[in-house]
Design a protein around this ligand. Sequence first.
Ligand code: PMP
Length: 406
Amino acid sequence: MPIDPHSIRQRFPLLTRQVHGKPLVYLDNAATTQKPEGVLEAMDHYYRALNSNIHRGVYTLAQEATDRYEEVRQAVARFLHAPAAHEIIFTRGTTESINLVAQSFGQRYLREGDEVVVSVMEHHSNIVPWQLACQRSGARLKVLGIDGQGRLDMDALDAILGERTRLLALTQVSNVTGRIHPVREIIRKAHALDIPVLIDGAQSAPHLAVDVQELDCDFFAFSGHKAYGPMGIGVLYGKERWLEEMPPWQGGGEMIDRVTFEETTYNELPYKFEAGTPAVAEALGLKAALDFMEAVGMPGLHALETELMAHAWKKLEGFPGMRLYSAVEDNAGVISFLLDGIHPYDLGTLLDRFGIAVRTGHHCAQPLMDHWGVPGTVRLSVAAYNTTEEIDIFAEALEKCAAILA
Ligand code: PMP
């Protein structure tokens, strides 16, 4: 049965609000998604009925909270089809997940003269942690280019991966263009050279069915808040063989086995990488978000968004002065564009007066903006609750804004 975005919408209380006297049209889902009732209720319930510090208490409340928290780990493992729950590490988000790998993997494996490869279209959070790791180790950062359609340059990939490459870090879906990259094929190529691959899944996990075993990626990172869950919780999946070898990256409670002033030994996976009190309510909210996505079904959700994108594409394609920085095929719900002679900030600000929320600027991808020679773009990005009516409202408002700003 086809999924109805109107019935999905009803589960999202924030979507009923108005902005400047107009119904909110929220099209900034690549930045963060709105939250369904189930997520709000799960977090509320935690503080009303379960709050206690986990993993340490012998009393009922702490044991219940611990059990619920560890169930989330199991649920995330199922969501990503990870082989084992101890390969799932909770973090604050994609940024922290990548920083964990850059620091810990970097300390263990990166040496002077080694290389780390990223692409030109990465989010800053998949660039800067590697720059820092390279500065610490004396390794070099190498950059894979793209073609005019925003596809990764597969020929250049063969040339760029080499004997000194210690890791390839790539986004599965670009947050600027929405392009879905053929990461499975890329991972195969890298593995043929014994190069591990980290996948930034911030923009893929909310839109596509992810199977880390099928992808065979070595690390996979995503954020709860871009996938209908709360802010402050994210995930790092890592293959056990790497995680076992990698040193802890933060010290504190929970990550230890035994502490003396002479020597400290560390806890087993995944706790070795989880120092301090975790975000338990947020984890439970994340579980509710995964439940929501699984109830809709990832293939159905992607089909819904693809239909919406096709509708948006038709509206934007022939628009006077339109410069599109996305392609309609292999797209996970993002369109970046500019209108000739109109600054993206002016357009974004004026669209807000019509109740429309879109993102303008460099989208934390300044190297990509430099590559294109633009200061920024306007970015529309959809989620399961967006409707074709909203796209129509957007397109009408865009016409009015263009007339005013021209
Ligand atoms: N990678 C990509 C592709 C993203 O889109 C984002 C968020 N815009 C991030 C990483 C960082 O995510 P977070 O801020 O949730 O850590």
